[in-house]
Design a protein around this ligand. Structure first.
Ligand code: SAM
Ligand code: SF4
Length: 431
């Protein structure tokens, strides 16, 4: 979502003649977009600003803004501790960023913009064409969260759940496709909680799938309690919808899920997986896990390992629990760090084994790959298959924006390598 936000900020600041540059030393204004989901986020800001100071030691200082969730959560602290920062701006105030830059040009120092004004933000952004020209583009459809998991800062930094209108979203998706996008990933902190005047994400997928040259639709991140029947059915009805579902579970223990306030049980989660597999047996899953949550015993952790082996996620994102200031879990006694680290290693080893076993089954098989870009100065193209696996193929022809059948030859942990076997767009008619 930060990547989407940064692109929209770039579109917006063009209105006051601040154009994006790839050469840092040229910048008159430096905007650092930040994430606050795990610890060290604030320290990273100070390091980054330190590097910036060095770079501009012999030049005119640019206007320095810190944007994003660190700005929202710790803005005043940042402004006090690091005088090189001129202003902070939270994610729901980006529509005010131009006013802020203009005020700073007039040397009004230390400004904090951290109102929750999400409606006004999108009203301002909607009138601006989205200039992203990536083959695979992001589109934020929903922001914020009402779920209040005990470990998470999102409800405090992004505010309550808000959904953009279907009309705005279809228009922006069409702009992205006009700019060359072949794949759109619908984004939201709880993307499947999308609800605009009773139109759900399944309705939106239906509308967006009508866009002619759009080939693939993905969505992330879903919460299990919002996985309603209409969205399950969408995986049968819409062929543009990709068969990989990212569905965070966090833990394999019902006791821990309850302590986290996740609002569902392991059994309910498994039921969703079962329904999705029944409707479309090609569907595969990826997930997020928090290891070493306060109160997690050896037995809870073993249940997490068991769940992972049962579902055989093809990809997982796992982290040691990180206490976030202002969240209810922050006061709970932590489990010993060395123990949490040990569990994380065991978990990641096991997740990696499952992932590699799955990848090995793809060798010598055909995958449909959408090519996104050429690798620098080589006749190699990078793309992704339907399951978001990275694939690299050698080719003398430009394949950017095309979907090709690729035979996978070799795999490693992060990438698969293959060769083109046929052109998917070829059709024959025998009479
Ligand atoms: N809304 C989605 C859901 O609930 O499934 C997840 C969105 S959250 C921004 C992304 C991931 O960050 C979570 O699934 C969780 O695994 C991880 N996360 C959030 N807070 C964390 C914390 N305090 N410590 C470790 N990981 C955390
Ligand atoms: Fe955070 Fe997701 Fe829980 Fe909301 S549902 S509080 S975004 S982890």
């Amino acid at each position: 979502m930060n990547e989407y936000d940064s692109n929209r900020i770039k579109d917006f600041t063009r209105k006051i003649d601040y154009m994006p540059t790839n050469d840092l030393i040229e910048a008159n204004c430096y905007i650092l977009n930040t994430c606050h989901i795990r610890e060290k986020a604030t320290e990273k800001v100070y390091h980054d600003i330190g590097r910036l100071k060095k770079k501009f030691r012999d030049s005119i200082k640019p206007i320095v803004l810190v944007a994003g969730c660190v700005a929202q959560a710790e803005g005043e602290i940042l402004l006090k501790r690091e005088k090189y920062i001129d202003a902070v701006i939270g994610p729901q105030s980006y529509h005010q960023i131009n006013d802020l830059i203009l005020a700073l040009e007039k040397k009004n120092k230390s400004i904090n913009f951290s109102e929750f004004d999400v409606v006004e933000k999108f009203d301002n952004f909607n009138s601006l064409k989205n200039s992203s020209n990536k083959i695979s583009s992001f589109l934020t459809i929903q922001e914020g969260c009402d779920k209040f998991c005990k470990f998470c800062v999102v409800p405090y930094t992004r505010g309550p759940e808000f959904s953009r209108s279907v009309k705005e979203l279809v228009l922006e998706a069409s702009q992205l496709v006009e700019n060359g996008a072949k794949e759109i990933t619908l984004l939201g902190q709880n993307v499947n909680a999308y609800n605009f005047k009773n139109k759900r994400i399944s309705d939106l997928i239906y509308e967006i799938s009508k866009i002619k040259f759009l080939k693939r639709i993905r969505y992330t991140t879903s919460h299990p309690i919002d996985f309603t029947k209409d969205l399950i059915d969408a995986h049968k009805d819409y062929s543009k919808l990709m068969p990989l579902i990212h569905l965070p579970i966090q833990s394999g223990s019902n006791k821990i899920l309850e302590a986290m306030n996740r609002k569902h049980t392991i059994e309910e989660y498994l039921e969703i997986i079962h329904k999705l597999r029944k409707i479309n047996h090609n569907i595969k899953f990826s997930s997020d896990f928090i290891i070493g949550y306060p109160g997690e015993t050896e037995s809870d952790f073993e249940q997490t390992l068991k769940l992972m082996s049962k579902i055989r996620f093809i990809n997982t994102y796992s982290y040691i629990y990180s206490a976030r200031p202002g969240t209810p879990a922050a006061h709970l006694p932590k489990i010993e760090l060395n123990e949490a680290k040990k569990r994380l290693i065991i978990f990641q080893d096991s997740a990696e084994k499952i992932k590699m076993q799955y990848r090995k089954t793809l060798i010598n098989k055909k995958s449909k790959v959408l090519f996104e870009n050429k690798i620098n100065n080589e006749n190699k193209y990078f793309g992704r298959d339907e399951y978001f696996n990275s694939v690299i193929v050698k080719s003398d022809k430009n394949m950017i924006g095309q979907i090709k059948n690729v035979k996978i030859i070799k795999i490693n942990q992060n990438t698969m390598f293959g060769e083109i076997v046929s052109n998917l767009n070829q059709k024959s008619y025998a009479a």
